[in-house]
Design a binder for this molecule. Structure first.
Ligand SMILES: NC(=O)CC[C@H](N)C(=O)O
Length: 360
């Protein structure tokens, strides 16, 4: 079936539908990673976005099963469904070969009712987005209704849509308890905590966790504009003001929310960071890490309260990549230490967090 991608500035790209045949509207973003379409599609942080992949050949390693491990988390996915609104590729391969694949990307997209378009010059499209900045767009499929929900990405509280609605506990009974605020958490963050021997108490984004009995706080990733999460920021502020100081770590949206609680403001990047090779420098050292990232907003470091300082800085554009408190064990990263771009280059941050926690 013929399909078109129509950007809000009027640019049109023609291709073919290989996913679910339906029209969809969303924020068109690009990701330059060479692999990882399964993890990216199931990352709740992609909610509301049409994900363009610049790497041309997509689909050739198929899709793994949703098999669950004993803790109830899907083994090979970042959540239990596709969250991206659509996928845009250059050259879709229906044939696949991988020891763990059970179906093709097309079959999976169709079953989950997610549109996919192939035959698009995704590098040309990326040039448009880099010049103009990310923008809204829609995919329409020939012979199918073109009606779409007319919402603007920036107006929606996506966190509310993807967060869990009740408390879920993992590794119950472990010595130390970590409250994990679920703004749209990726499974590998939960796995990274469980394998380090702590109990994880996963709470909804707007839950006042300060009322619980716990030893440390973890702020997860999530979709959309962090300025929509006022309730979470107020809960974090309460946590930071508590004289009983407990460790805290944040990732991505977690970095943004912790920074907001520390007085900072947020701005939108022109086209975000979505790739496996974003270089970040640890401030005060000559150490540079190649990191995996997926974010569209950034922290304005200059607006941080005096008790805080930047922890990491992006070496491409100088934007903030993490913050830390000058005296208390509170820190966060804008990149994803749990993601396997490297594959384990920055997982030491989890070790650091649990080491502080076990000492406390
Ligand atoms: N992965 C994330 O947590 C993304 C955070 C936020 N939604 C952003 O785009 O900046």
């Amino acid at each position: 079936m013929k399909a078109k991608l129509i950007l809000d500035d009027g640019t049109v790209f023609c291709g073919k539908s290989f996913g679910y045949d339906a029209a969809v509207r969303g924020e068109v973003v690009f990701n330059t990673a060479m692999t990882g379409y399964v993890e990216s599609l199931t990352d709740p942080s992609y909610a509301g976005q049409l994900m363009t992949l610049t790497y041309p050949l997509v689909g050739n390693y198929g899709v793994p099963p949703y098999s669950n491990s004993e803790n109830g988390l899907a083994n090979y996915m970042e959540s239990d469904r596709i969250y991206a609104s659509a996928i845009i590729v250059s050259d879709y391969s229906e044939k696949y070969c991988h020891w763990n694949a059970v179906e093709s990307l097309s079959e999976w997209l169709k079953r989950e009712k997610v549109p996919g378009i192939t035959g698009i010059d995704t590098r040309a499209l990326t040039k448009v987005l880099r010049e103009h900045g990310v923008m809204m767009g829609k995919i329409v499929v020939e012979g199918v209704s073109e009606e779409v929900v007319d919402e603007n990405y920036g107006d929606i509280n996506f966190v509310e849509r993807v967060s869990c609605t009740e408390i879920i506990r993992y590794n119950e009974g472990a010595d130390k308890k970590v409250v994990l605020v679920d703004c749209g958490v990726k499974n590998n963050i939960i796995r990274s905590l469980i394998t380090r021997g702590v109990e994880v108490i996963r709470v909804p984004w707007d839950y006042d966790f300060n009322t619980l009995d716990f030893d440390a706080l973890f702020l997860a990733n999530g979709p959309g504009d962090p300025d929509k999460c006022i309730t979470t920021v107020n809960n974090i502020k309460k946590f930071l003001q508590n004289p009983d100081v407990k460790p805290c770590m944040g990732i991505c949206m977690g970095n943004q929310l912790l920074s907001k609680a520390a007085g900072a403001t947020i701005y939108k990047l022109k086209y975000g960071h979505r790739s496996h090779n974003q270089p970040v420098q640890m401030v005060g050292t000559q150490r540079c890490f190649i990191t995996s990232q997926n974010h569209g907003y950034a922290v304005n470091t200059d607006t941080l309260d005096n008790n805080w300082e930047p922890y990491f800085i992006n070496m491409n554009d100088g934007s903030n990549e993490g913050i830390r408190h000058k005296h208390n064990p509170w820190f966060s990263a804008q990149f994803h230490p749990e993601a396997c771009g490297g594959p384990v280059d920055t997982t030491f941050l989890f070790d650091e967090f649990v080491k502080i926690l076990n000492k406390s």
